[in-house]
Design a protein around this ligand. Structure first.
Ligand SMILES: Cc1cc2nc3c(=O)[nH]c(=O)nc-3n(C[C@H](O)[C@H](O)[C@H](O)COP(=O)(O)OP(=O)(O)OC[C@H]3O[C@@H](n4cnc5c(N)ncnc54)[C@H](O)[C@@H]3O)c2cc1C
Length: 434
């Protein structure tokens, strides 16, 4: 059975590896990029995602260039600690939480895919622009290539859209949807070499109702000068009616644009101004997607950001893309045909991802920063501070449960372990569900 995966990002490559582990061997990926390069900046893998990578035998390779995060600390803009919690192994997880460069993770997955599925399993410069169901039940996919300015078609038994927030597969399924939705926030990202802060493995989040700073190291060891690559993101929330300057979107901007608001902010031993001043921040609109009523149409389905792109709160984007891949492969391993498997996968995942998307629109767990800013009670001892603490603990607990990374759930054996099957899942005989 031939499966085509659109997108060789984290979701696409993990899906390919997981389907291979489930016994399917005719899996090909296409990617719109001219070549697959280690792009991006820092991401976080929560323990439930690391557990799935371990099942694929890739946790050590990913971990070799990652930081095992030990704690998450929320600060007010004045540097007061709002909330502190242990993370990963320090919280009792069997698998670590990893802060890692997205490009490193992608290259580990790519190397494993080429080794297991065969060199040439990923074709770059091939953008999915269209597809249709044939009377046979197969899918004819149209690919556009920049080289030669051509397009080609290919016929497959199933198509998986792992092509990110601007998914071409999703556009065919939902032609009236339009572009990603701006969430009234602008985000600036950068990586700066600075001396390690806190224990060298901490993630800091701080700010107020308007500005938020996230910072964490992504290199396991300092360089010869004692400096460590530190990933950071600054976001600013705009209230309705406020004038928004869109001139800097999708380009590198002068850090002075941020320093006017953030200079003088210090979280523990982290000097936010120094972190930003030495960087070349890339400015972007913060966008996500509305939850979809459906991901699966017969032998076509969506995974990762193509299915449920969410605001980057709570370290869940890449984690949930990996869980999707595992859930999909484990459904393929047990269901009688591919369309039934895709329906089972969607039944397992879509409702929870809808909740997570909506929760992240309301700032996810990082809402505690805005709450504390409004309450201003963090620096006052007494009952109100204790009440706030209880509320923050509850927010943290509920969010971990929703993301499936609470200690009890993440420590349990994976429900997505796929067994190598002696034969491939059969393609669906009838056009189903479309
Ligand atoms: C270049 C890049 C850099 C990123 N950097 C960061 C970062 O620094 N921090 C962060 O939190 N998140 C980053 N992300 C997003 C993050 O990787 C995802 O949110 C998360 O990992 C889920 O992954 P995904 O595989 O679903 O989507 P993505 O990682 O976005 O991968 C989608 C893939 O599909 C390809 N593609 C797009 N359209 C088509 C099409 N029509 N046909 C075929 N292929 C297509 C893209 O080239 C890409 O390789 C980045 C994504 C990309 C593509």
């Amino acid at each position: 059975m031939r499966i085509l995966i659109a997108g060789a990002g984290i979701a696409g490559l993990t899906t390919a590896l997981s389907l291979h582990a489930a016994g399917l061997d005719e899996i090909r990926l296409v990617d719109a990029a001219p070549e697959i390069r280690p792009l991006g900046a820092g991401i976080n893998l929560l323990p439930n995602a690391v557990r799935e990578l371990a099942d694929l035998g890739l946790d050590a390779a990913v971990g070799a260039a990652a930081v095992p995060t030990t704690e998450l600390v929320y600060f007010s803009r004045h540097g007061d600690v709002i909330w502190r919690e242990p993370r990963g192994r320090a919280a009792g997880h069997r698998w670590p939480q990893l802060s890692v460069h997205r490009g490193h993770l992608q290259m580990v997955l790519l190397a494993a895919a080429e080794e297991r599925l065969g060199r040439g399993c990923v074709r770059a410069d091939a953008r999915v622009t269209d597809f249709c169901r044939l009377p046979t039940g197969r899918v004819r996919v149209t690919l556009a290539h920049r080289t030669g300015d051509t397009s080609t078609t290919t016929e497959v038994d199933a198509l998986i859209g792992a092509d990110g927030i601007r998914s071409g597969v999703r556009r065919v399924l939902f032609p009236d949807e339009g572009p990603p939705v701006w969430q009234r926030q602008v985000v600036w990202r950068g990586i700066t070499k600075i001396p390690p802060f806190a224990d060298g493995r901490s993630m800091f989040v701080g700010g107020d109702s308007t500005w938020k700073v996230v910072a964490y190291p992504i290199a396991p060891l300092p360089d010869a000068a004692g400096l460590v690559d530190t990933n950071w993101a600054v976001s600013r929330t705009f209230v309705p009616g406020e004038v928004v300057d869109r001139a800097g979107w999708d380009r590198v901007v002068d850090p002075a644009k941020l320093l006017a608001a953030l200079d003088g902010w210090v979280f523990d031993s982290l000097d936010v101004g120094a972190l930003i001043a030495a960087a070349a921040p890339f400015e972007q609109a913060m966008v996500d997607r509305d939850p979809l009523p459906r991901w699966t149409f017969g032998p076509v389905t969506l995974v990762g950001d193509a299915a449920h792109a969410m605001c980057p709160m709570g370290s869940n984007g890449t984690t949930q893309a990996i869980i999707d891949a595992r859930a999909l492969a484990s459904a393929v391993a047990v269901e009688p045909d591919i369309s039934t498997a895709f329906v089972a996968y969607e039944r397992d995942r879509r409702e929870r991802m809808t909740l997570l998307q909506n929760c992240n629109r309301a700032l996810g767990p990082e809402v505690v920063v805005a709450m504390a800013d409004r309450a201003r009670s963090v620096i006052r001892p007494g009952p109100s501070a204790r009440d706030l603490d209880r509320e923050l603990a509850e927010i943290s607990r509920r969010y971990a449960e929703l993301g499936g990374f609470d200690v009890a759930a993440a420590n349990a054996a994976s429900s997505y372990s796929v067994r190598r099957r002696p034969h491939s899942a059969r393609p669906a005989q009838q056009p189903a569900g479309s």
